[in-house]
Write a protein that binds this ligand. Sequence first.
Ligand code: LLP
Length: 431
Amino acid sequence: MDHFLYRDGQLYAEDVPVSAIADAVGTPFYVYSTATLTRHFRLFDEALDWGPHLVCFAMKSNSNQAILKVLAGLGAGMDVVSGGEYARAKAAGVPGDRIVFSGVGKTREEMRDALIGGIRQFNVESEPEMRALSEVAVSLGTKAPITLRVNPDVDAKTHEKIATGKSENKFGVPISRAREIYAEAASLPGIDVIGIDVHIGSQLTELAPFEAAYLKVAELTRDLRADGHDIRRLDLGGGLGIPYARSNEAPPLPNDYGALIQRTVGDLGCEIEIEPGRLISGNAGLMVSRAIYIKQGEDREFLILDGAMNDLIRPSMYGAYHDIIPVREPAPGVVPTPYDVVGPVCESGDTFAKGREMPPISEGDLVAFRSAGAYGAVMSSEYNTRPLIPEVLVHGDQFAVIRQRPSFDEIINRDTIPEWLEDTPVPAHQE
Ligand code: LLP
């Protein structure tokens, strides 16, 4: 459930008409609902109520400072994957002991900054990373708390670009070699082994792959304990999927997921961490765009929007589906018409949907892309020198811009001209 509903013939974000935000900030823009973010975080938190746990928001899905503040205020930890994300989490006031650091390519500099600034744990993904981390920790006179991310060789049954738990993927250490690698970890002077980490992919729409992976983690926990390691924390990753096409998708709910975790690893007495991103932020956001033209092609109609692939890349990059709905509520019984929904960017890949059946749209109408709060704004770019679009947060009947649209001058002035080019004359045009 989210808080983007039609009321009095138009789409609202909580108690704010989406059209009022469009009037205030221009289009396109992202809008997020505080109530939806809160609800989704609490669903996870409550699903793990049966034992000690921490829900660490995967801030790669949405790292706006205001979003982080909402979640941190509810008690969320953060899962970060770069020095930049670590700095963002700290800037939002998240204490180091609620930040976990994931990722296959952490640099020594990132390790050092996190050890100095405070860290709950590093989720280490390889032997060379583990050795480097030990050296960095020793140089600072400390020990780095770690889990090792194991690759359980489980098929997450999701899009190949976001599946991470098969042996051919770059993530984690092979679970078959885990005992040997833990033995080395325990011998390193700068490493404090505290647990196990696993993350098998994103947008999982079934529980079975999680179950397979978590059963392997349970077995490994027992083996490692038998080897003498004090395994006291399990980080079970993120990945629970959301319904993108509301009419026909019903992925498992956080509550089912929490029960599965209890069933598979609940008897081990470990503290549980999870790292959900999409399920917390995805359906808490819309991208709102305006129709510029309706163009009649040879055999199809193009709905040309002012939003484009640089603003929301998921359809171009993963062939992802997003519901696209008119901001003005369609009259009952209106006959849908098929559109190819496209943006203004100069490549055919700038297509949001082909032959999408929608209520008829007129030039100037607003449309909303649903489920755009995760991996939307964070993956946007300024391709075609299209400014990053604003982000807006709604709270009841209030709304605020939480990231401004930059001006053309701000974009251009980020470039600098080398000295030797400064006085280059531009020749007059020769006919
Ligand atoms: N933990 C780790 C280690 C991850 O790599 C990810 C996502 C998560 C947690 C959060 O997964 P979630 O709960 O959000 O599914 N850009 C893609 C998704 C990439 C996901 C990468 N890792 C998309 O737009 O679908």
